[in-house]
Structures are given as structure tokens and as C-alpha cells.
Write a protein that binds this ligand. Structure first.
Ligand code: SAH
Ligand code: SF4
Length: 397
């Protein structure tokens, strides 16, 4: 594995089915995949579609993990399911709660890897920040995750499993028969945790389809935001196959600076990225693209930068809002956060040009849960791919 080559996609994937002898996890399968595994394992073809609908609702609408609780299935069918299948989600290792109510979970996934998940409560809503990879193959110089050596793609089960885990912890599964409560503690999902979601496209897509499914987790596609560093060829697919909102880690206004901060820029330059955003289907004034811009003292935070940023967005006529992120420091980070005055001045230039320029409130800083601070610090995470393959019996593909 080479993390020094910043734009390769050198990751391990693991198969959906568990190794021989284990049960097959139903979590994360698309409806078609679930139908296929049910039939392969004895469900009558004629009944399969109905069974998928029933099991799907138990898993994703009611949060049930035990087939024996699926009371609209016959007892014998429940027992058959239990023999072959399981409903498994990542295991929570630790949970930290910040002074401001932000919760950070460290969860363990197959192979002993760990990823972090952050829940940010707000007035009348709450956002879950989920991870798409263990570590990240990209090496953005201001991001803690980018310094983590080991990378593997999360499976769709592990991606949607983070949402299910959080609903467990928030005790937010509905109780059958109880009146529907529309105010959700977990109302939004952002793919802004560890990893580059567009380098794990299929699994992220399948998981987000479940999150949006009216018989699944049932979140509107407008409540899901995928953040990418700018994997240009996958951007149009995001609109077509997922349909969620898009955030771009823009962070610099010249190619020279962006090459250093977000090295994927060496592959797809600012102009190519902007063109792909201008082409992003469904973009309109009501569904703007979020430009994320981390404020680094003396690096990208001048008035000229603010003006250049606006020029870029105007030149390509992109409906946009600009989210300014005060840099979150981490041990050994090579940058400093811009001063509050500088951030405000920068925001003001953008605002005067007619664009929303909110400054992201830093949440959960006391527990290192803020943007870009995530990195699982275990020794295991530093093991070589070979060691992990040997331990798990899983080979990379
Ligand atoms: N890989 C994706 C999503 C995860 S990062 C991406 O890069 O977009 C989520 C956001 O946090 C990105 O905008 C990222 O650039 C930003 N970020 C990373 N490190 C940060 C730090 N130390 N301080 C503030 N924001 C950071
Ligand atoms: Fe990866 Fe995003 Fe961090 Fe860059 S900012 S290293 S793409 S997680």
C-alpha cells in the first residue's frame, strides 16, 4: 500500500458474505441482493419479494436484530432465517460525550479495524457524521485522517450500520403502535467522517439508498450530504445514483495551493472540478453545492483568496454556499487556525458578493470529535495489509 502516492485508490475490500462457517449478514444488502440470498437459502421464489419487504421493515424501520421478534413471519420460517442469517452492525467500543452534547463513538468493524462516528445534536434536529473508509488514501496536508496509514473500504453494512448503531444509542427506534413522532434526534447524515466516500462509491450508494428508503431509515435525500475532496469522474454519478446533496472540500483558490492542501488536485485541477460542479444534475438555487473552506492562517485566508473564490463560483455559475471551517488542530499539525477577525473578514467578502458564508461552529473539540480530527489511534490500525489478511482470512481485491 502506498499512501505517498496521493491519488491512488489502494484499498482493501471485503466480500459481503462472511467467511465460510459464519452467518450471512442481511444488513447493507440492496433489496435485490436480499431477495437473491433468501432464495439461495430456501425461501420460495414466489414469496421472496414479500419476505424482503417484511424483513426490511423489521430491520430498518423497527430496529429489530432478532429474527424471533419478526412476528408477521411464521415461527418455522423465523427459525430457518436464524440458522443462516444474522443482522449485524459495528460494535461500539467507546463512547465519549462532549460538554456541548456531541457524542463520539469508536466502533469496531470486521478485521478488528476501528472507525469513528460523531453525533452532533442541534435544536430540533441532529446530524450524524459517518465514515466511509478506515483511514484515507488521500493525504490532504491539514487532515488527521490523511496521516493514517491503513485503509480499507467499509462495506455497505458497515456504512448503514453506523446509522443503526447511533439510533440504538439515541434510543430512537419507534415502538410499534406508538404515535409517530416527527422530530427526530437523528435527522441528517453527513458523509464527512473518515475516508473519501467517492472512492467507495458502490457501498456508500447502497447504504444511502437504505437511509433514504421510505420503508428503511426514511430520511429525505436532502438531509444527506456527501463531502468529497473532488473525485471528478464520480461526481455526476453521485447525483444520478444517490441524489443526495454535495459538499466539496475546496479549501484553496489557486492550483498551486490546492495541490498542496488537497493533493487530488494534481489529478483534477480546479477548473475541471468546477466544470463538474456546474454540470451536477439537479443543482438549483434550492439545492446548492456547499463549498467547504478550511481557514488556515496565512495559507489560504487572504482577501484576495476570498475574491478569487467568488470569481471561480461566478465564472461557472454554480449555485453555492460557502461553509468556512475554522481549522481544527491536531497533534503535529503543520498549520494554525486563522484568527476570528480574519475568518469574519473573509466571510464578509463572500456575503457581500451574494453568497451565504456560514462559519462552521466547532463542536466536540474537547473530545477530538471535530472535522478532520478523526483518526483511530490503535496499534491494530497500523498493521500491514498482509497481517490483517492473515488474521481475518480475507483477501484484498
Ligand atoms: N474525504 C471527504 C470527507 C471527509 S473530511 C472530504 O475530504 O471531503 C470532511 C471535511 O472536513 C472536509 O471538508 C475536510 O477537508 C475537512 N477537514 C479535514 N481536516 C480538517 C481539520 N483539521 N480542520 C477542519 N476541517 C478539516
Ligand atoms: Fe481524506 Fe477528506 Fe482527509 Fe482529504 S480531507 S485526507 S480526502 S478524509
Amino acid at each position: 500500500m502506498s499512501t505517498s502516492a496521493p491519488i491512488t485508490q489502494d484499498v482493501m475490500t471485503i466480500p459481503r458474505k462472511l467467511p465460510e462457517g459464519g452467518k450471512i449478514n442481511l444488513v447493507g444488502l440492496t433489496r435485490e441482493q436480499m431477495r437473491d440470498v433468501l432464495i439461495e437459502n430456501g425461501t420460495k421464489e414466489k414469496q421472496a419479494k414479500m419476505r424482503v419487504g417484511q424483513i426490511w421493515q423489521w430491520i430498518y424501520q423497527w430496529g429489530v436484530r432478532d429474527f424471533h421478534e419478526m412476528t408477521n413471519l411464521s415461527k418455522s420460517y423465523r427459525a430457518e432465517l436464524d440458522e443462516v442469517f444474522e443482522i449485524a452492525i459495528p460494535e461500539v467500543i467507546t463512547k465519549q460525550v462532549s460538554e456541548d452534547g456531541t457524542r463520539k463513538y469508536l466502533v469496531r468493524i470486521a478485521g478488528g479495524h476501528e472507525v469513528e462516528v460523531v453525533y452532533i445534536p442541534e435544536d430540533g434536529r441532529g446530524t450524524l457524521c459517518i465514515s466511509s473508509q478506515v483511514g484515507c488514501t488521500l493525504t490532504c496536508s491539514f487532515c488527521h485522517t490523511g496521516t493514517q496509514k491503513l485503509v480499507r473500504n467499509l462495506t455497505a453494512a458497515e456504512v448503514i450500520g453506523q446509522v443503526m448503531m447511533a439510533r440504538d444509542d439515541l434510543e430512537e427506534w419507534p415502538v410499534p403502535g406508538a404515535p409517530k413522532d416527527e422530530t427526530r434526534l437523528l435527522s441528517n447524515i453527513v458523509l464527512m467522517g473518515m475516508g473519501e466516500p467517492l472512492y467507495n462509491f458502490d457501498n456508500v450508494r447502497d447504504a444511502m439508498k437504505i437511509a433514504m428508503d421510505p420503508e428503511g431509515i426514511s430520511l429525505s435525500r436532502r438531509r444527506i450530504t456527501l463531502s468529497t475532496s473532488g473525485v471528478v469522474p464520480e461526481i455526476a454519478r453521485t447525483a444520478e445514483e444517490i441524489g443526495c446533496l454535495l459538499a466539496i472540500s475546496f479549501h484553496a483558490t489557486t492550483d498551486d495551493v490546492r495541490d498542496v492542501l488537497v493533493p487530488i488536485n494534481k489529478r483534477w485541477k480546479i477548473d475541471e472540478l468546477l466544470q463538474s460542479l456546474a454540470d451536477y444534475p439537479k443543482v438549483s438555487n434550492s439545492e446548492r453545492i456547499t463549498f467547504e473552506y478550511v481557514m488556515l492562517d496565512g495559507v489560504n485566508d487572504s482577501d484576495e483568496d476570498a475574491h478569487r473564490l467568488i470569481d471561480h463560483i461566478k465564472r461557472y455559475k454554480i449555485p453555492a454556499k460557502i461553509n468556512l471551517i475554522p481549522f481544527n488542530e491536531w497533534p503535529g499539525a503543520p498549520y494554525k487556525r486563522s484568527s476570528n477577525n480574519r475568518i469574519r473578514a473573509f466571510a464578509n467578502i463572500i456575503y457581500q458578493a451574494g453568497y451565504a458564508s456560514p462559519i462552521r461552529k466547532t463542536r466536540g473539540e474537547d473530545i477530538m470529535a471535530a472535522c478532520g480530527q478523526l483518526k483511530s489511534a490503535t496499534e491494530r490500525a497500523r498493521k500491514s495489509r498482509k497481517q490483517i489478511e492473515a488474521e481475518t482470512g480475507l483477501s484484498s481485491s
